[in-house]
Design a binder for this molecule. Structure first.
Ligand code: FE
Length: 214
């Protein structure tokens, strides 16, 4: 099997949120799809290792916000490359609450759901959600997963269904090879002659000291 074939599937980039009691939690997901229109239902795939998974399970509710190409990529670092087990991902940022669940209204839109079914796989839970609320946001177009990879040059968190281990990847050789520095936190790749000392990772906001030469 060539896992790169999955890169030809279309995905978006979403912040999927839930509640840990009263505390908001969330993670980045890319596998969300609409299942039915009436009643509106959607499915989301969440890794067992994501703290948000257990919170969706316990609360029976989740929401997701649809990121736009113009959304701040640091949202992906904040929600995709650290765990709600260890940090409050919502600290220092503003969000709105719809039907009690945290959403980000400034992207392409949001959807709020209650869980009406689930399916377990070896690594992920697929939650089926009946839509309670949904609204479009001010930004367009939606960020696709390939835009995230190819334009923002972001990497897949290890918990993503689409994650491919590095050794399985065959990077295409560039005509003019440049030096590369890789963010040890999120995997963002900086290319250039040298890494500026004051460089800040655009994805996870960590400093140049958290980069290593590839
Ligand atoms: Fe980073």
């Amino acid at each position: 099997m060539n896992p790169k074939v999955f890169h030809n599937l279309s995905y978006g980039v979403y912040i999927t949120t839930s509640l840990d009691g009263q505390r908001p939690v969330g993670c980045v997901t890319n596998s969300i799809m609409q299942i039915t229109s009436q009643p509106a239902t959607v499915a989301v795939s969440v890794n067992h290792n994501n703290y948000t998974n257990g919170c969706i399970e316990k609360s029976g509710r989740f929401a997701f916000s649809i990121l736009a190409e113009g959304s701040d990529p640091s949202l992906i670092g904040r929600f995709g490359f650290q765990s709600s087990r260890d940090v409050d991902k919502f600290q220092g940022i503003s969000c709105d609450y719809v039907n009690g669940l945290p959403v980000f209204k400034e992207g392409c839109g949001y959807v709020v759901c209650k869980v009406i079914g689930k399916m377990e796989t070896a690594t992920h839970t697929v939650f089926l959600g009946q839509v309670e609320e949904g609204e479009v946001g001010p930004l367009t177009p939606a960020m696709t997963y390939s835009y995230y990879h190819n334009v923002i040059r972001g990497k897949s968190p290890k918990n993503a269904p689409t994650y491919i281990p590095e050794e399985e990847k065959k990077e295409t050789v560039q005509a003019v090879p440049k030096a590369k520095w890789v963010c040890k936190i999120c995997g963002y790749v900086y290319e250039g002659d040298s890494l500026p000392e004051d460089f800040i990772c655009p994805i996870c906001k960590h400093p140049a000291s958290d980069f290593e030469r590839a």
